[in-house]
Ligand binder design. Structure first.
Ligand SMILES: *Cc1c(COP(=O)(O)O)cnc(C)c1O
Length: 383
């Protein structure tokens, strides 16, 4: 059997929405995007939602909205996808890395305060694997030091912290619709915020800093005339992507339930196996289960994490690793002086972690095949 790490869940609904866009002949940003933004905003319960062409673009524009400057410092987790820190570098600002927690892989809120300096402007937590970060603790620190709070919610659609949905808590929140994410449009992203002024600024910046959206320019009520009021970017999405987004939004909660079901089956099967370390979700939050991270108790095994991945691959099971810690990359070694000793949990997790396949449409036979093979490899190589 061959089980890929991920398979997007695309049905006739998505296909027909895209065909509708193509037949109408409006293939860049237009009515479907406006509709997608509106439905997304209603689903999240946020005041504003602005569609962009990636979460990375969304994080960049969020930092532009709050006015990040050269030399500023931004707090990010040491283990995240590179995009979280890359956008800070766009400003010649400095990503200040904080170690993550051993059991949740979330930014360790208790280690943030000691890294705050007069230059610190923003905290960007990542809701790793779909589990919300420690929002109360981070909000308190942000308030105490007058910092902005921008959420990297690339994994967290949908996710809840206490009774609040992610996308309504921080100053600005960026979601990803990349091919493997929980709502997939190929490429895409969305920024939510309660503040109209930031929303307006992001709307302008996403399309060259033009004062009116181009789609309005070309519609009946629009005109050829426009002004450029900011130095902006080409970060708008298209109606083809938004067509996929509209169809995916309709089945978002069903897809989440499907992933949750798979996570529960994995958890049940691996509980009590001392060679494996289960990922912990804290009690007061609900995960989107974008990822299923599983750690190996390598002290109890004769093979390492990489060999375990090879074994699974040889049996047809696709996996991945989330993430290579940022300070391990050449660029970050060459440009900053991070010290590995500051990130012992990141190192510990990186040596042990594997992401197993978890996606809607994965059938019981496939789920059981993954479980059986993980357990079989453990049995074969246990010390
Ligand atoms: C995928 C991802 C991003 C980037 O999303 P894009 O839409 O591809 O730009 C950012 N942060 C994290 C944690 C991610 O996993």
């Amino acid at each position: 059997m061959q089980i890929p790490f991920h398979r997007p869940y695309i049905t006739d609904e998505e296909i027909n929405e895209v065909i509708d866009s193509l037949k109408k002949g409006w293939i860049t940003m237009g009515k479907k995007t406006i509709d997608f933004e509106s439905k997304f905003k209603d689903y999240i319960g946020s005041k504003n939602a602005i569609a962009v062409n990636s979460c990375t673009a969304g994080l960049h524009l969020a930092l532009r909205a709050i006015g990040l400057k050269e030399g500023d410092e931004v707090i990010v987790p040491a283990t995240t996808f590179v995009a979280t820190a890359e956008v800070v570098n766009y400003f010649k600002a400095k990503p200040v890395l904080i170690d993550i927690e051993k059991d949740t892989h979330l930014i360790d809120a208790s280690k943030i305060e000691e890294k705050i300096t007069p230059k610190t402007k923003v905290i960007i937590p990542v809701h790793f694997s779909g589990q919300p970060a420690d929002m109360d603790e981070i909000l308190e620190i942000a308030k105490k030091y007058n910092l902005y709070f921008i959420e990297d919610a690339a994994h967290a659609l949908p996710a809840w912290y206490k009774d609040k949905k992610i996308g309504t808590i921080g100053d600005l929140t960026a979601f990803s619709f990349y091919a493997t994410k929980t709502l997939a449009t190929g490429e895409g992203g969305m920024v939510t915020t309660e503040k109209d002024e930031w929303a307006e600024k992001i709307r302008i910046l996403r399309l060259h800093g033009i004062s009116k959206d181009a789609w309005k320019r070309y519609s009946k009520e629009g005109s050829w005339e426009y002004d450029v009021i900011e130095n902006g970017y080409k970060y708008n999405t298209t109606d083809i992507n938004s067509a996929l987004g509209l169809a995916q939004l309709n089945k978002l909660e069903w897809m989440w339930k499907e992933r949750e079901k798979i996570a529960n089956l994995y958890n049940k099967a691996f509980t009590g196996c001392e060679e494996l370390i289960l990922y912990k979700v804290k009690e007061d939050r609900i995960s989107s289960w974008h990822l299923y991270p599983l750690k190996l108790n390598i002290e109890a095994l004769k093979i390492d994490r990489n060999q375990f991945i090879e074994e699974l691959k040889n049996r047809g099971v696709g996996t991945s690793v989330h993430f290579i810690p940022l300070y391990r990359f050449s660029y970050y070694k060459n440009h900053f002086n991070y010290k590995v000793e500051d990130f012992l949990n990141s190192e510990w997790i990186f040596e042990r972690v594997i992401s197993l396949p978890i996606f809607p449409g994965m059938n019981l036979e496939e789920i059981n095949y993954v479980i059986e093979n993980v357990i079989d490899i453990v049995k074969k190589y246990k010390r």
